[in-house]
Design a protein around this ligand. Structure first.
Ligand SMILES: Nc1ncnc2c1ncn2[C@@H]1O[C@H](COP(=O)(O)OP(=O)(O)OP(=O)(O)O)[C@@H](O)[C@H]1O
Ligand SMILES: [Mg+2]
Length: 295
């Protein structure tokens, strides 16, 4: 593994100064919270702004309502979009519905109302196998490898729809994750959490997706591994794969993403560039302070 601190790509530098301490609110900041005015990130999360900005999006969700149990909605009117080439981060408190949003986009949870489109085509509640064939890859938060299969077999599962492409895609994946080539005959179950995460991402990449949905790729990893995951995500994004990434590690996520969403109680509460969200007084006060302390 390369040490991310030795990266020469300025886009991958994590140590950009963050002027404010976690939880600190800039005394000079506009008194939006006090006056009840919307901050730019709150305004961007309104329905009107979403409709204006989501024009021509690669992936688009409008007013999504979805849940698991009858009568209990977890997503409660969520708007979301991903433009071609973007890396978009989704942060928010535990239970906000982040994983539920990804699962809903990937057709794993029935949509009660609202819509999802891919390149303008309606894919609301489309089955996962259809989404895979349309170029959508999904890496779930947990249980994302076949532990009794070897790494190579896990990769083969990734191209079951196009077995002839195995060699070409495996070469691409090994370039991103050299360890998967070195350990290709080893059982995935014998790998560490971080290594399994690589297998899961590698398997999703085997299908040459144009969109990758990642649920907490850095969860449970040591800080060095976490940085490595974020660097890989940027690199994958640079190869032309658009990415939607859910993350608990909110600051790191906002540092590397083009845009971010703060999800709260099943709705998009704030959205803006990662940098702007990191400096939004309300986002800091309500989300980043506590999230940053927890990590
Ligand atoms: N399979 C399920 N059946 C019923 N309720 C569920 C199920 N999965 C999640 N929920 C509920 O949906 C809500 C949102 O869960 P979700 O997993 O989307 O949150 P999250 O934002 O991803 O949280 P975390 O940061 O903890 O991963 C929670 O209240 C959770 O209890
Ligand atoms: Mg989750």
């Amino acid at each position: 593994m390369t040490d991310p601190r030795h990266s020469t790509d300025p886009a991958l530098e994590f140590d950009r100064p963050v002027e404010q301490e976690p939880g600190a609110v800039d005394a000079e900041a506009p008194p939006a919270a006090a006056t009840g005015e919307l901050t730019p990130a709150e305004k961007a999360a309104t329905r009107e702004e979403h409709v204006r900005l989501a024009e021509g999006a690669l992936v688009r969700a409008d007013e999504l309502v979805a849940g698991y149990l009858p009568g209990v909605n977890i997503l409660r009117g969520c708007d979301f979009y991903l433009q071609d080439g973007e890396l978009v981060g989704i942060i928010g408190p535990n239970g906000a519905g982040k994983s539920t949003l990804l699962k809903t986009l990937f057709g794993l949870i029935p949509v009660r109302s609202g819509s999802v489109t891919l390149r303008g085509e309606d894919i609301t509640s489309a089955p996962a196998h259809r989404l895979v064939s349309l170029g959508v890859g999904y890496v779930p938060q947990n249980n994302n490898v076949f532990p009794s299969l070897t790494i190579e077999e896990n990769m083969q599962m990734g191209v079951y729809l196009r077995p002839k492409t195995f060699k070409e895609r495996f070469d691409y994946v090994v370039e991103l994750f050299p360890l998967l080539g070195e350990r290709r005959k080893g059982k995935a179950g014998s790998l560490s959490g971080g290594e399994r995460q690589m297998v899961a991402m590698g398997r999703a990449l085997m299908m040459d997706p144009s969109v990758l949905l990642l649920d907490e790729p850095s969860a449970g990893l040591s800080p060095a591994y976490q940085d490595e995951v974020f660097i890989r995500c940027r690199r994958i994004n640079a190869t032309g794969v658009s990415i939607i990434m859910v993350e608990q590690n909110a600051r790191r996520c906002l540092q590397i993403c083009d845009r971010g969403y703060v999800l709260d109680q099943g709705r998009n509460a704030y959205t803006d560039t990662g940098d702007s969200l990191m400096h939004d007084p309300k986002v800091i006060e309500l989300y980043l302070g506590t999230l940053a302390k927890a990590h």
